[in-house]
Design a protein around this ligand. Structure first.
Ligand SMILES: Cc1cc2nc3c(=O)[nH]c(=O)nc-3n(C[C@H](O)[C@H](O)[C@H](O)COP(=O)(O)OP(=O)(O)OC[C@H]3O[C@@H](n4cnc5c(N)ncnc54)[C@H](O)[C@@H]3O)c2cc1C
Length: 294
């Protein structure tokens, strides 16, 4: 379908973009356009104006602060992130996730900001960023705010952004030495969306060698199971202080004992999704343990 007539605006700075968004009723951000343009063509969205942020250079930076925090501008593409050698060194899980996304065309255009702001339950980045304790820097005409993952990802296709606000950057804290992140997912078909996703992060003491050491902190997060990433606090508690050993994965992943009731949809039933979520969680945990004792 042809696009309906609409205004196209290309501000030069994040502040100008935020001003346009708050002044113009019905304006939306255009980032990589990999989802938004398809929605327009299918008549699933009818904005009055597109505020294109793709070329705002301040939003395309990948930086590392002195304390090791990775700062990813909202308009950084998956390809840029995957190709950042510094990110691969400091936050390999972020670079790997960007490199694994769909196909080259989507990776060359799609942005981390678009991925987060869409907050499709099946999207790759929300559960990973929740597991990494990422912060979301947003800008409105009242100034900047910083949101935690649970404040940013609030429901299916919904975020904590207020009207007129722009996501400026995603900040990912430094990974503690010896920290390992693993993620697994199940998708319905070869090119299709995930129906269950799991991300596990294990921080541990004793960074050297062959399995010695205890988990000092853990994150276990499911994606594609609810509207937003779901942190499994009881699984995290059962992992914390545990000795890193091959049996750890099986000990900690009985999801049925936790109060998890996944969404039912056209792809699968609640029971199937629950079972698949448990399988992904166990696999991710095994991979994290193996990564820790390698
Ligand atoms: C064939 C295909 C397969 C795909 N498969 C996957 C997949 O397996 N996993 C996955 O994660 N994704 C997948 N995607 C989606 C892709 O990752 C999109 O790039 C992403 O969902 C949106 O990013 P974008 O930069 O294209 O954003 P756009 O499409 O431009 O925008 C998406 C939404 O976010 C808003 N937005 C964007 N940036 C900002 C900002 N800085 N501040 C405020 N609001 C903002 C827009 O207004 C819009 O509502 C797929 C896409 C295609 C076309």
């Amino acid at each position: 379908m042809l696009l309906p007539p609409l205004r196209y605006l290309r501000p030069e700075t994040p502040g100008d973009a935020a001003a346009l968004l708050s002044e113009m009723d019905g304006s939306v951000v255009l980032a990589g356009g990999q989802t938004l343009l398809n929605m327009l063509k299918l008549d699933l969205a009818r904005p009055a104006a597109l505020v294109d942020v793709h070329r705002i250079s301040a939003l395309r930076d990948i930086r590392h602060r002195e304390d090791g925090t990775l700062i990813i501008g909202a308009a950084v593409t998956y390809s840029a992130l995957a190709g950042s050698s510094e990110t691969r060194r400091t936050h390999p899980a972020v670079a790997d996730m960007a490199a694994s996304l769909v196909d080259r065309q989507v990776r060359n255009r799609g942005t981390i900001g678009g991925n987060c702001c869409l907050n499709d339950p099946a999207n790759n980045f929300p559960p990973l960023l929740a597991a990494l304790d990422a912060r979301f820097r947003v800008l409105g005409t009242d100034g900047e705010r910083v949101l935690r993952a649970d404040e940013f990802f609030v429901g299916t296709l919904a975020t904590g952004l207020r009207r007129g606000e722009l996501l400026v950057a995603v900040e990912v804290p430094a990974m503690p030495p010896g920290s390992v992140v693993a993620h697994e997912h199940l998708q319905v078909g070869a090119d299709s969306w995930a129906i269950a996703r799991a991300v596990v992060r294990l921080d541990r003491d004793g960074t050297g060698g062959t399995g010695e050491g205890f988990v000092t902190d853990a994150r276990a997060v499911l994606g594609a199971v609810y509207g937003s990433p779901l942190r499994l606090h009881s699984v995290e508690r059962s992992l914390s202080s545990a000795r890193v050993s091959p049996g750890l994965a099986d000990a900690a992943t009985a999801l049925r004992e936790v109060d998890v009731r996944p969404t039912e949809d056209v792809h699968c039933s609640t029971a199937y999704r629950l079972e698949m979520a448990e399988v992904q969680l166990r696999r991710a945990l095994r991979a994290a343990v193996e990564g820790s004792i390698r």
